[in-house]
Design a protein around this ligand. Structure first.
Ligand code: FES
Length: 227
C-alpha cells in the first residue's frame, strides 16, 4: 500500500529525513532527485540514521559508525574501528542490512510502498536449474523474464531475453507486463525481485516467481548489452 512520506520540496538533493508511517520509522533520502526509503533505525543498537551523515549514497550511523547504502539497504561497514568496543559489538550483534521500500513520486509527493504482512504473497522462489527449464519453452507459453536491477547492472550482465524494468519504475511501467503470462523476476541477489514480486502480487498478478539468489546464483549463459 502506498503511503505519503512527505514532499520533495522539503527534501533537497543530498538530504535525509526520518518519517513515521504506522509503526515503521523510515529514512528518506534524496540523491540528486532520486528518492530512496530504508529503515531509519540502525540494526546494531537502533541508532537514528537520519541524525547520521549522508555522503554520496552512504549513510553513517551516528552512534558507532556502521554504514549502509541507502539505494539498496546493503551493509557497507559494521561498526567503526577495530578497538575493544567495536570488537565486542561485532560479537554481540551480527551484521545486518536495512530493509528497503519502493518509492514513487506523485508530482512532488513522496509515496512509499509498504507491504503489510497480510499483503505478502507466497511467491515461488526457484533455483536456477528450474528457471532455466521454464525458459526453454519457445511457444506462446514462454514466460516473461523480468530484470528489476538498474540499467547499468543490466548493461553489464543480464540473462538472455530479459526485459529490464528497474524496481523504482515498476509501479508506472507494469502495463508492459501481460498478467496472463508467467513472469519470472530476478535481480542481483533476490532482495529486489522479492519486492517486485510483492508489488505485482498486490496488483493482482498471480503467475509470478523469482530466481532464488538472483543472477549471482545463475551459473548459465549471460550477455551484456554490447553483445
Ligand atoms: S547503533 Fe548504529 S552502529 Fe551502533
Amino acid at each position: 500500500m502506498l503511503h505519503e512520506a512527505g514532499n520533495l520540496s522539503d527534501l533537497p538533493p543530498g538530504s535525509i529525513i526520518s518519517v513515521k508511517i504506522n509503526k515503521l520509522e523510515l529514512l528518506i533520502a534524496n540523491l540528486n532527485g532520486s528518492v530512496y526509503a530504508v529503515d531509519n533505525r540502525c540494526p546494531h543498537m537502533g541508532g537514528d540514521l537520519s541524525k547520521g551523515k549522508l555522503e554520496g549514497h552512504i549513510v553513517t550511523c551516528p552512534l558507532h559508525g556502521s554504514q549502509f547504502d541507502v539505494t539498496t539497504g546493503a551493509l557497507v561497514r559494521w561498526l567503526k574501528g577495530s578497538g575493544l568496543i567495536a570488537t565486542i559489538g561485532k560479537v554481540i550483534k551480527s551484521p545486518s542490512s536495512l530493509r528497503t521500500y519502493p518509492v514513487v513520486l506523485d508530482g512532488n509527493r513522496i509515496m512509499v510502498d509498504i507491504i503489510e504482512p497480510e499483503e505478502q504473497a507466497r511467491v515461488p522462489d526457484l533455483p536456477a536449474a528450474e528457471i532455466k527449464t521454464l525458459l526453454e519453452v519457445q511457444d506462446a507459453e514462454k514466460p516473461i523474464l523480468l530484470d528489476v536491477r538498474s540499467r547499468q547492472e543490466y548493461k553489464d550482465k543480464h540473462l538472455p531475453d530479459a526485459l529490464l524494468i528497474p524496481l523504482d519504475e515498476l509501479a508506472y511501467r507494469r502495463t508492459e507486463l501481460d498478467s496472463s503470462k508467467q513472469i519470472i523476476i530476478y535481480c542481483r541477489t533476490g532482495n529486489k525481485s522479492s519486492q517486485a514480486a510483492k508489488q505485482l502480487a498486490k496488483l493482482g498478478y498471480k503467475k509470478i516467481m523469482t530466481l532464488s539468489g538472483g543472477i549471482n546464483n545463475w551459473p548459465y549463459n549471460t550477455i551484456s548489452s554490447d553483445n
